[in-house]
Design a protein around this ligand. Sequence first.
Ligand code: CAA
Length: 259
Amino acid sequence: MKDYKNILTETEGATGIITINRPKQLNALNKETIAELHEAFDRFNKDEKIRTIIVTGSGEKAFVAGADIKEFMNFDTAQGRELAAKGQELLFDFVENLDTPVIAAINGFALGGGLELALASHIRIASDNAKMGLPEVSLGVIPGYGGTQRLAQIIGKGRAMDMILTATMIDAETALNYGLVSEVVPQAKLMEAVIDKARQLQKNSPKAQSFAIKAVNAAYTKTGFETEKDLFGQAFSTEDFKEGTTAFVERRKPGFSGK
Ligand code: CAA
């Protein structure tokens, strides 16, 4: 197995397991982690022995707490748009369109880019302590890794609007009720449950599964994703974005001016 700096990879039978491994930053996605994830997903997808891919976070606290706020807080509009476009290309759109089914094992906080990675995966299973949300508007920005599109596709526009505009987190039971995850299990049983699901998937035709993924994805237009990238970039030129990200780093509540 190749050595990465921010992720771990291993195999269990025909399943490739990718663990995002920045526990001190709650597995936040910086550019380097996204590039490593791209490479690992690509490698498992091309390996004919691998029939299912699991993605999870290291530690017991977080799946992924979002894009790395400290990395992007001084970006301008062009850099913000580029961050969203590159991230979507390398990871979120990439995962959604893989031939090999991807299961997100949501083992704790899945926020912002973390929930967006789970939304791009084909199946989501959560541990009972998981918390999910898109808190971006509390930072003065919007979800930029496909969240405005995929959350509405999966749980419906009304609930997605509520979650995005209130920037609140939902617990695992609510996520199950919303159809955001297909199963909730005790944290200690999460990996067992996702491996079981992987084995269940492996009974079926890989070729047909890859066609099915393409067919299901074909229903969704790409226009909304472009709008999301543009508006994500625009948010970086606002006073609210500077205030929201600075307040996060300074561990205080933001005072938004609306400018
Ligand atoms: N980016 C960078 N660092 C992060 C992070 C993130 N998204 N989330 C957590 N961290 C860091 C914290 O800054 C902290 O670092 P230090 O120890 O160096 O101060 C460390 O991880 C542990 O976090 P906390 O001390 O905050 O842990 P907590 O238990 O008090 O709170 C939490 C946990 C509620 C998840 C809180 O960390 C949090 O709110 N994180 C940010 C969540 C968020 O806003 N995510 C969206 C990011 S924007 C995005 O994703 C944009 C996009 O769509 C492209």
